[in-house]
Design a binder for this molecule. Sequence first.
Ligand SMILES: [Zn+2]
Length: 430
Amino acid sequence: LGVVATTLETTPETTPEAELEGVVRTLGRVLQDTAPGEVSGDRARSLVSLLGEIERASSSGIALLSPRVIETGSYAKEGYASAPDWLGAVSGSSAGAARARLAAAERAAGSPELAEAHDGQLSAAQLKIVAGAGALDPTAPGALLSLIEGGASHQELCASAARKCAAARSKETERARRARVHAQRHFCSHQDERGGIRGEFLCDEVAWATVAPLIEAKAKERWKRAGAAAGESLEAHRVDAFLELLGGAGATGSPRAGAPRAIVLIDAQALRRGTAHGDELCEIEGVGPVSVDAARELIGAGGLHYVIKDGLDITTVTGSTRAIAQRIEVALLARDRTCVVPGCGKRLGLERDHYTIDYTDEGPTELANLARLCAPHHDMKTNGGWRLTGGPGHWSWVAPRRPPGAGAIARARRVAAAKARSRRDKPRRN
Ligand SMILES: [Zn+2]
């Protein structure tokens, strides 16, 4: 066996890729040849246990190598807008799940104990817990790893990590704690898969204290008015109070002049029928698809609305008047519901791009010359040499001859920004 191993190591084509490709092929063959109905329970159990080992080994490998992909910005070479987008596509998960996984991998790379534990013993979930605790308490990974080695259950691991985090937090100085919260502050919302908008935020206690009493007072007032004892919970009224204070649903008086209004895009057929069928459009821009009834309600409340006739067949309009510009804008919103780069699918914060002739080269503002891109893809096109070709329904995202990494794209962006600044600041000659 020793002889065979030596021969394998010296064969020139034995790259890590070739070896792993062999493993993938073997795995595929074994699974194809195994009919679940013909396998005994005991054999199935031992196969699952081996597959679990493979799963852990491969997540360890992903955690070991992905920080290197981020560090070198290599993901951009395949046309991905960000590292989470890349890992999400590679591992078949959402970009959100991939982001958490990358964060754990990056933390693990900074911890000596965890860097040594990449021999296939940690699952992605375990790594996330251990690395997360390690970020607060550098001694936590050692203790948690020995718990795992000792065969602790997932629940035991979570409980121990939570205790360590709580202890570390109580030792953290107040200043460090606030700085950490400030760095991690965020506000995000998305359409829940079962309907409704779900949100999450993290902010500084002092900042929150300036608005929390307002929300609480308004919520209690609404709660009492509605009949506190019998009616809905205070939590329910708190959401209403929050929206009311922002000038949204339930607010008295007309919307503030000049305040941005929600845009509803609705197919003429769907509006007439009262329900949307198939691919018919009934959507709130930046929020997501809604029922025709919900769209009508928003339109009644003063939302801007656009009825789209005959599917997406809004033909090219050229000209310079405000009305025409608005028609083009709406036609573009209706046509490009998401970033047009195939496989991207982002729908928030999209930017307009003049894709055939760049705006600086006097590109005409007409529908055929416009496309919507997410900010990172727009950046890759402007500063990374990527091109958008095809057209509505058959877009393709074309790599430059030598695709740059994320670092090179960021440098190009900085150079372009500096050039634009110097053009702007150049003293005028009178
Ligand atoms: Zn995109």
